[in-house]
Design a protein around this ligand. Structure first.
Ligand SMILES: [Cu+2]
Length: 143
């Protein structure tokens, strides 16, 4: 009986895992005077266990923060949960990655490398296309 329980327990651990896939990643083109930009994407968890986005880095900015926009204002969040079987969209007016202290200004047509850090899945690298976005964003609120 004890052996059976152990086997069931182990297979349960082996099966429950997040499976992260990222698509449609893009970075906002910004005017040369801007020191900040933002990155957006769709993060899908095809696994059967939740994961959390806990941080990110990029080759064009010194600091990347996770932000959410609430009532037109941005605020920093520590982590973004990606539930199993669900997609979480990072988009203008919602969740986004804030690229702070740009070392290079993203230009339309360029590709930017972003490394996402997940609590369970570890590092996930994505290539983001730089695009022009319509409308302004409240770049400096909350900073
Ligand atoms: Cu922000």
């Amino acid at each position: 009986m004890r052996k059976l329980l152990l086997a069931v327990g182990l297979s349960g651990i082996a099966l429950a895992a997040p499976k992260i896939e990222v698509k449609d990643a893009w970075v906002r083109e910004v005017p040369p005077v801007s020191s900040m930009s933002a990155a957006y994407m769709v993060i899908e968890n095809k696994g059967d266990q939740a994961d959390k986005l806990v941080g990110a880095s990029t080759n064009i900015a010194k600091v990347v923060e996770l932000h959410e926009t609430v009532g037109g204002k941005m605020r920093r969040i520590k982590a973004l949960e990606i539930p199993p079987g669900k997609s979480v969209e990072l988009k203008p007016g919602g969740y986004h990655l804030m690229l702070i202290n740009l070392t290079e200004k993203p230009k339309e047509g360029q590709k930017v490398e972003i490394t996402l850090k997940f609590e369970k899945s570890g590092d996930v690298k994505v290539q983001a296309n730089v695009k022009k976005a319509e409308g302004g964003m409240h770049m400096h609120e909350g900073h």
